[in-house]
Design a protein around this ligand. Structure first.
Ligand code: GLU
Length: 428
């Protein structure tokens, strides 16, 4: 592999690879970048990744081009286009923008955004802001509130749509949290990237463009995730924020709508709705929603997965440490070992509501079918119907942020606020 030790970020280089020559400015390494590639910014403004194995020769043309010399495209406002606000929170997708300025924390201005992804200018008048720069595994419930507040402020200032760039690992949790905390008349679209921007196979640009398309064109509000619909670049899917889950660690089409159908898809710049899907009906039926932010969360809530051999200790510990609510991801129709019934009764008696989701992910919890389920119902465990475990967990935080009255908690958990509980779906 060709060594880069004689060259610095910002150097203008001529690189001869096996098949072609390239001239451009050496970009900084993102923490997420693939070691086998280097990224240069060409005169056209585009960044390309070149496989280091393929490089035959590197020549220095000019050393250390200053940041001020980077040519940024100037955003030209067009009053006929909608206004969208792109908010960055970190993750792989953010590194695409970082390459523009060479900074680790870019200013994320409109000029930087359209220079990194020029297609955005065709879609809307974009503005941008970096809220923070975190891998999504480091995002906590307090961060959801910060994101929700910023979205609220941007919509209040007149944004016709919002795009949130987010790491993919915990995107589903954040999407669910924003779904409950925000009542929004305009689309809030979360997107990310599975492959870093120095790879030819990066999905960063297409996901950002398709998310911006939904933010700019969709006439109804709600919180959605827009990500690749299949492994090629042919279309992206619009997932409801409360029913979406990352189901693959690396594929570009990792995100799926679970227990429902997506709202629609983005193909060749057009939004096509799946009009028979409950998700489409739910969100499109909610026109003229008033903008509201309701970001109260009770953070002492636990999501635990049942495993064979689980004993009382875990639940006892949650009771002792004053947890306010528990979601258990049980087996099948919603079961745990009968040995846990006594400790669960103790939790419920201590006013800690216990909710049940299923490890099967698909289908509904139904605790009336088997004796174990009926015993759990009898002690007061509550079924989460067809909610994803992550969604039930986030929703319980939000519900307990409003009330600790057991009946009210049950009633709110079983109310469909953001498309999280499907009626009978056409995929059951
Ligand atoms: N694991 C990190 C995250 O979720 C990086 C990968 C990504 O952006 O998807 O933020």
């Amino acid at each position: 592999m060709k060594s880069l030790k004689n060259f610095k970020t910002g150097d203008k280089l001529k690189i001869d690879s096996e098949d072609k020559g390239y001239t451009g400015i050496l970009m900084p390494r993102s923490e997420l970048a693939d070691e086998k590639f280097i990224v240069i910014k060409m005169d056209s403004g585009y960044n390309i990744g070149i496989e280091r194995e393929q490089i035959k020769n590197i020549t220095l043309i000019k050393s250390e081009i200053k940041k001020e010399e980077f040519k940024l495209k100037k955003a030209v406002p067009d009053e006929n286009k909608p206004k969208i606000s792109i908010l960055a929170t970190g993750g792989t997708i953010a590194s695409r923008i970082d390459y523009i300025t060479g900074g680790v924390h870019s200013a994320f201005s409109a000029d930087e955004l359209i220079s990194a992804v020029p297609e955005l200018e065709e879609i809307a008048n974009v503005s941008g802001r970096q809220i923070f720069n975190k891998f999504s595994e480091n995002i906590n419930p307090g961060d959801w509130i910060e994101i929700a507040r910023e979205i609220y402020a941007q919509i209040k200032k007149g944004a016709d749509g919002i795009v949130v760039a987010h790491g993919t690992d915990t995107m589903g949790y954040s999407a669910a949290a924003l779904s409950f905390m925000l009542n929004t008349p305009v689309p809030v679209v979360i997107t990310g990237a599975q492959r870093s921007s120095d790879r030819g196979s990066s999905d960063a640009a297409v996901n950002l463009i398709d998310a911006a398309t939904v933010a700019a064109k969709q006439i109804f509000g709600g919180v959605f995730v827009v990500m690749h619909g299949e492994s090629s670049d042919s279309f992206s899917l619009i997932h409801p924020g409360t029913k979406v889950k990352k189901l693959h660690s690396s594929r570009r089409d990792a995100f799926k709508t679970v227990n429902a159908l997506p709202v629609g898809k983005v193909e060749n710049g057009r939004v096509v709705y799946f009009k028979n899907s409950n998700s489409y009906k739910f969100f499109s039926g909610q026109k003229n929603k008033e903008l509201k932010l309701d970001a109260k969360l009770e953070k002492k809530v636990a999501l635990i997965k049942y495993f064979p051999g689980m004993n009382e200790d875990i639940i006892k510990n949650l009771i002792d440490r004053n947890y306010r609510g528990i979601v258990i991801e049980g087996t099948g129709l919603g079961h745990v070992n009968e040995n846990l019934i006594d400790i669960l009764r103790t939790a419920i008696d201590a006013k800690i509501p216990v909710f049940m989701t299923s490890q099967t992910m698909h289908g509904r919890v139904n605790m009336r079918v088997y004796a174990t389920g009926r015993k759990l119902l009898n002690i007061g465990v509550i079924s989460c119907e067809d909610m994803l475990s992550e969604t039930a967990f986030v929703k319980l935080m939000w519900v307990l942020g409003h009330t600790r009255n057991h009946e009210k908690v049950r009633e709110m958990m079983l109310t469909n606020y953001a498309g999280e509980i499907s009626g009978k779906t056409n995929i059951d």
